[in-house]
Design a protein around this ligand. Structure first.
Ligand SMILES: Nc1ncnc2c1ncn2[C@@H]1O[C@H](COP(=O)(O)OP(=O)(O)OP(=O)(O)O)[C@@H](O)[C@H]1O
Ligand SMILES: [Mg+2]
Length: 245
């Protein structure tokens, strides 16, 4: 089986600051993998490399079996159409409606209006925002904005979904709602999912495997049950003493 995402020995520095120092991992089709690391460890950089927005100094990335830094731009754009990206900042258009934001990925595709309406309505229902198409994004709470961002990333039914810190800045109740929604989507859709976060609970509840990112490397790899059995004590301590993000 072709792996959905593979990285080989990724290195990335900014000036004298080494951020990624040899990152290698594989994500199989249908898997949910979480990359856990404290603030500033390079999680967002890693996701941007995975979609070809940033070029690594060294190393290789294969998405759907294609070496994304050695293909034509048109081919890279095709690959990106099959990736849903939930940005750390949500990155919505504030002055547009919920509908306009979620329908945005269809602008470049030839899909008829009725079909778009149907798809938007369906995905809104899945994120518990049924019938709220006409609200402006500026009128929404942070948790609702996050749900719109998730809906927009998923509405085209991409093969690969990337989440960057999906629970950052949310209050505990909203955070729990977002985790529940993501769980439902990962379970029902059976898509390949990569989540980067510093939230251990997100990692345990949503992923099949957890990679601990530390000082530019994958320091350890554990399953949620191994974490619940206490096998991560050492590594979790390491995160805590460094101060979470
Ligand atoms: N364009 C850039 N120029 C210089 N340094 C950068 C640039 N982008 C990121 N960095 C640095 O790279 C490091 C990793 O950044 P990144 O945004 O990936 O961290 P992160 O793990 O996502 O953190 P957070 O949890 O706070 O979102 C940081 O030290 C950051 O300052
Ligand atoms: Mg980040």
């Amino acid at each position: 089986m072709v792996d959905t995402a593979v990285t080989y020995n990724l290195h990335k520095s900014f000036g004298d600051t080494k951020v990624l120092d040899g990152i290698s991992f594989k994500v199989q089709r249908g898997e949910a993998v979480c990359i856990l690391g404290r603030s500033g460890v390079g999680k967002t950089i890693l996701l941007k490399i995975l979609v070809g927005l940033i070029r690594p100094d060294q190393g290789k990335v294969e998405i759907f079996g294609k070496d994304i830094f050695n293909i034509r731009r048109s081919e890279l754009l095709k690959i990106r159409e099959n990736i849903g990206f939930v940005f750390q900042s949500s990155a919505l258009f504030d002055s547009l409606s919920v509908f306009e934001n979620i329908a945005y990925p269809f602008v470049v595709k030839k899909v008829n209006t009725d079909e778009i309406k149907e798809k938007v309505a369906k995905i809104l229902e899945m994120v518990d925002m049924k019938g709220l198409e006409n609200l402006r994004v500026s009128e929404l709470s942070g948790g609702m904005q996050k749900r719109v961002a998730i809906a927009r990333a998923l509405v085209t039914e991409p093969e690969l979904i990337l989440y960057d810190e999906p629970t950052l800045g949310l209050d505990p109740v909203t955070r729990n709602t977002i985790i529940e929604i993501m769980k439902r989507l990962t379970d029902e859709k059976k898509k390949t999912t990569i989540i980067v976060t510093h939230d251990l609970e997100v990692a345990v509840r949503l992923s099949d495997r957890i990679l601990f990112l530390y000082e530019g490397k994958v320091k350890e790899e554990l399953t949620p049950s191994e974490i619940l059995e206490g096998k991560s004590e050492e590594i979790v301590k390491l995160f805590e003493t460094q101060g979470g993000g």
